[in-house]
Ligand binder design. Structure first.
Ligand code: SF4
Ligand code: SF4
Length: 386
């Protein structure tokens, strides 16, 4: 049984977990260098994954608690043969359902089955607008297939939502990336600047763009916004390393988002398992209500009562809630520290040094590491490198 001890810090009772992220598997045919899955993802293989019945119960319990959106993610969620069954149950329960996919495994037959199951929305990821870089970054030959999947999504009448993780290696293609999304008939394009956790953190020296690259990319995106008008919505997710502004991570710890990992571990965000000294409950031994309302893992960083200086006396503490706990651990080795992207953080120098190295074109300390089971097995547990 998971530790359900109440947090030492009094917190307001939480509202409902509006967003349920079901990471149904960490299996994935791609090997993206910026993957957000934990470095030790290979410890949760097919044998450790929750069976269908448990996922269906999680859906029912989360919906009863007030969850309204359900994202099916991974890894590649299409690796699960029972995905259609889970989506049908989520649809029956009244969730708005979203499939986050690389496209690999989305055949015409599966698309028809997912449509029949009531799937509302598919988010298709690309790594780049060129075959060479798309295939290099994912270490697969998937560019052509993704284009076909884009057409399949349109043919089935789903809104076309594309996601491209942006970083130093593809940011200068932003014009072509937006043109590609337009040619595929996308209604939404998320240009998500890489966040430096997990594999992206490991590969940060290769991936962090320069200030000039970012400014150019933002200007090109703005030009496209004018040109596209209502045809496509563009979301440019700014990187916090350059902005110097901590983000209100996950819209607040345990505030809106509930993530369930493939083995049933419940997390306030998909990378939180790296944080030391926290017991995160599992849906196999605790109900979703117990997890959300009573668990130490979900209560530990709710609100502002856990903060230290400089956050305690900061006028912005309600605005950003001290930034990201995983980033504080990765860069300051302290999950309760101010997020080091904040200029007021005593650890801000780590972020400044990374940005300066990127500006100077410093040679990365190691070759790019691809996300694959062999490399993952080298990480017994996630490590904090700065
Ligand atoms: S980021 Fe790439 S490797 Fe990671 S789960 Fe998504 S598609 Fe797979
Ligand atoms: S000191 Fe803390 S609360 Fe204030 S802006 Fe920085 S991270 Fe946010």
């Amino acid at each position: 049984m998971t530790n359900m001890a109440a947090s030492a810090v009094a917190v307001q009772p939480p509202g409902p977990p509006l967003w349920l992220l079901a990471e149904v598997t960490y299996r994935c045919p791609l090997h993206c260098v910026f993957c957000y899955n934990p470095l030790d993802f290979a410890a949760q293989g097919k044998a450790q994954e929750l069976p269908t019945a448990d996922w269906l119960r999680v859906l029912r319990e989360a919906r009863a608690l007030g969850a309204v959106q359900c994202g099916f993610s991974g890894g590649e969620p299409l690796e699960r043969d029972d995905l259609e069954e889970m989506i049908a149950e989520a649809h029956r329960l009244g969730f708005y359902t979203n499939l986050l996919t690389s496209g690999v495994g989305l055949t015409a037959q599966r698309a028809a089955a997912l449509k029949a199951a009531g799937l509302d929305h598919i988010q298709l990821s690309f790594q780049d607008s060129t075959r060479e870089l798309n295939d290099f970054l994912s270490h697969t030959k998937t560019f052509g297939l993704k284009q076909q999947v884009g057409e399949l999504i349109k043919a089935n009448g789903w809104p076309m939502v594309m996601n491209v993780v942006i970083h130093r290696l593809n940011i200068d293609h932003i014009d072509r990336i937006i043109a590609m999304a337009d040619a595929l008939g996308a209604e939404y394009l998320e240009l998500a600047n890489s966040q430096y956790y997990s594999w992206a953190h490991l590969n940060r020296d290769h991936l962090l763009p320069t200030h000039d690259q970012l400014k150019r990319a933002e200007a090109i995106t703005d030009e496209w916004r004018v040109k596209l008008a209502d045809r496509m919505k563009l979301f440019f997710v700014a990187p916090d390393y350059h902005e110097g502004t901590p983000k209100k991570c996950m819209n607040g710890w345990g505030n809106v988002f509930l993530t369930i990992t493939p083995d049933g571990t419940a997390l306030p965000c998909h990378t939180a398992k790296m944080l030391p000294g926290l017991a995160f409950p599992n849906v196999q031994t605790s109900s979703v209500r117990e997890i959300w309302q009573d668990s130490e893992g979900f209560n530990r960083f709710r609100g502002t009562g856990w903060m230290k200086e400089p956050c305690v006396s900061c006028p912005d503490k309600e605005k950003d809630l001290g930034g990201c706990r995983c980033q504080a651990f990765l860069l300051a080795n302290d999950p309760a520290a101010a997020d080091p992207v904040c200029p007021k953080s005593p650890h801000h120098g780590v972020v400044k040094a990374a940005v300066e190295a990127s500006e100077a074109g410093a040679v990365p300390v190691r070759p790019l590491v691809f996300r694959d089971p062999k490399n993952s097995k080298a990480f017994v547990s996630p490590v904090g490198q700065s």
